[in-house]
Design a protein around this ligand. Sequence first.
Ligand code: PLP
Length: 513
Amino acid sequence: MEQPILNGLIQYNNEGSYPWHMPGHKRRYNTIFPDIVDNPFSIDVTEVAGLDELHDPEGIILKAQERAAQIYGSDKSYYLVNGATCGVLAAISSVCSAGDTIIIARNCHKSVYNAVRLLGLKTVYVMPEWNDDICMFGGLSHDTVSKAIKEHPHAKAVVIVSPTYEGVVSDVEKIAKTAHKHKIPLIVDEAHGAHFEFLSNVNETISSINYKNVPNPAIRLGADIVIESLHKTLPAMTQCAILHYKKGLVSQKRLDEFASLYQTTSPSYVFMASMEACIEKMDFERDGLFLVFKQLLSECRKKFSELEHIHLIGPDDFKGLSNISYDHSRLVFSVKDCGIEKDGNIVPLRGQMLSEILEKEYGQTMEMAGGNYVVAISTIADTKEAFEALLLAMSTIDKQLTEYEQEADIIVNKTAPEKRMEISEAKSKQDIRMPLYDAVGRVSSDFIYVYPPGIPIVAPGEVISAEAIRAMKRALDNGRSIKGIDNESTSGGYVHVVKEARNVWLPRRKKRI
Ligand SMILES: Cc1ncc(COP(=O)(O)O)c(C=O)c1O
């Protein structure tokens, strides 16, 4: 009997690499929830009488959702069994109809772009601030959003991502106030911030450390809809997510409809029980669990910051930009100015290379490799021993590094690409396949992105610029896989572009076709 998936999972588990990635329970579920059922099949039932219905909850599911709303401070919270993805789709669908205009942070996840495509929306992109020193996005400035709203007062929503994959939190409160002045709802993709409610709201008086500027959850700062992946930063099963809603600008009836529309009609009770157990435990033991976690983070971050070459990104790296806080649980290690010896030569150490060394030589698996950095997700399920093992790995590698000024290795756009047509229009046109390196100036008919983080380098309807191609080439050279490129290899690959000749751009003085 062949069971490639199960065998793959068993092999992965046996290899014993430590997961600095989601899901947030780090496969220590039984330790975190000792009283939870051992056999998930025993509670894997369908919506039979007495067990309520996710799509029209009146009983136990309603009760659990009401508890979540109470804990998170929302007017209504929706359990999502299809990840934050379905929450993002539902949120945008609840406020926009075909042809509407929407203001979107350009560093949003592909689920936001998918909503735009499905609904046929017109996009106005707002760029987050760029930090050239560390080659990373900061937060989204309030002024940028305010300007976009003034120029597009009829926009149906503002969608931002906060925190970013790298832990940067924007000024949600100020952005919400400005959006509300124009009667525009604010949707916050807080997929990576489900723990903010608990991290920000513990009894600090019983601790020796006192964190300043711990991020507050967006739903308490005025956002209208907030979507969180419970499975990313809390101990809940993969796919478990939650959507929080505040009354005011968004119709609850429409949100009810779309939260239902994008979810399976056979919701998993295993997932729902996992969400309930997670939220209740985090709330009931928040002082204990999150104070220990903060203490651990504080000690470890201090030690990581003493490394000579590898730089632990922190709030100080974003000083002067308009983000207001930083998620200390996000461990982002920059190797931007680091070189390493390879075959007798010193070569630049890229994020992907560091990630591979950590995995192969030290059994530490990262969540993501950026151009010049790696990202580790830490959660309350990580033990002191786990942090110490990561510290040992990082300090051993650090000793092998030298200073090396390397070219910034960026896998996202610093500036918004030129948009020639809306996403849905580009998707509706005939496309042709052509070599990546010949596609400069053509209009993409696909999303082209590295996953994670899933931020399009180029979205359908956008011009494939020389800058974008350079970013893709660097990513390919560094062993990253790029979605939207066929037969990708270091010598390129193929992309799909809109066939229409009028979309071809040629340098000046040459004739336009
Ligand atoms: C910023 C952001 N939003 C939304 C999502 C989608 O979350 P999910 O995997 O829970 O569907 C992700 C996934 O990585 C993400 O990074």
